[in-house]
Design a protein around this ligand. Structure first.
Ligand code: ATP
Length: 265
């Protein structure tokens, strides 16, 4: 069976800078894969080349066996990709529920206006409520996102990404900016979503939570893949340890969870 996602020899150059250097990895149906690495390693660029926001210079991205290199982002979304961004940008003047309903409606159209006209139709509203429940914020359905704390907005962002009914959900640092309790709770929600059948690629600097919920890791450093496989084995790999320790990323917060995971700062 084809992997759900195949990244095959992908290189991305921005002028003279090689942000991704001949990286290959696969994501299998049902997996929760962690894509990690120090600052500037190329993780976000990798996600952007999967979604088509960034064009690959060399190599190929396949979704369920189909070469999607030539497809624009909206076509890739129609084929089952969904990205939850690091920065949360809900529509602040409509309710939390309508934000999710709007995303659910957007599956059917490229036009935000047309998607808006779908809002409050029964189907999208039902899907919206179900998704808010899935991410644990159904109590906020009728409130405006403008007044919500970051923890709620991060969950709303995940619900909006899920509204596209993705085959593959790409999460870019969903735990960033959360305190350890909130991060732990959201990581558990992400693991639940995966157990319910959604394949996930998670970019995250919180290594403790990554170790707790991911089944497999791919590690990038300076644009290159330096390790992949079982989280514990990867974290004990001297090459990975030196990549983190050589940079400034393994701060006290990042090092703390490593006691559970097996890497020591
Ligand atoms: N649009 C762009 N134009 C030029 N250089 C870019 C662009 N996007 C990213 N880069 C560079 O590519 C490299 C990889 O950046 P990227 O944001 O992918 O790393 P990252 O692993 O996601 O980092 P972080 O963990 O800090 O978010 C960096 O040197 C960055 O400055």
């Amino acid at each position: 069976m084809n992997p759900l996602l195949k990244v095959d020899g992908v290189t991305v150059r921005f002028g003279g800078l090689t942000a991704i250097d001949n990286v290959s990895f696969e994501v299998h149906q049902g997996e929760l894969l962690g894509l990690i690495g120090p600052n500037g390693a190329g993780k976000t660029t990798m996600l952007r080349s999967i979604t088509g926001v960034v064009r690959v210079t060399e190599g190929k991205v396949e979704l369920a066996g189909e070469d999607i290199n030539a497809l624009p982002t909206h076509k890739r979304i129609q084929k089952g990709l969904s990205l939850s961004q690091q920065l949360v940008r809900p529509f602040r003047e409509i309710s939390v529920l309508d934000n999710v309903a709007l995303a659910a409606g957007a599956q059917y159209t490229r036009s935000p206006l047309k998607a808006l006209m779908h809002v409050s139709q029964d189907k999208e509203e039902t899907i919206g409520r179900e998704l808010l429940q899935r991410v644990g914020i159904e109590a906020y359905a009728d409130q405006k996102p403008g007044i919500q704390p970051l923890g709620i907005l991060k969950r709303l962002e995940v619900a909006r990404a899920l509204a596209l009914n993705p085959k593959l959900l790409l999460l870019d640092e969903p735990l960033a900016g959360l305190n350890s309790k909130e991060a732990h709770a959201l990581a558990s929600t992400i693991a639940d979503i995966n157990r319910q059948g959604v394949t996930i690629v998670l970019i995250e600097h919180n290594l403790g939570e990554v170790m707790r919920i991911c089944q497999r890791l791919v590690v990038l450093d300076n644009g290159r893949k330096i390790a992949s496989g079982d989280p514990r084995a990867v974290m004990n790999d001297p090459v990975v340890r030196s990549a983190y320790l050589g940079g400034d990323t393994l701060s006290a917060q990042h090092a703390e969870p490593t006691a559970a995971g097996g890497i020591h700062a």
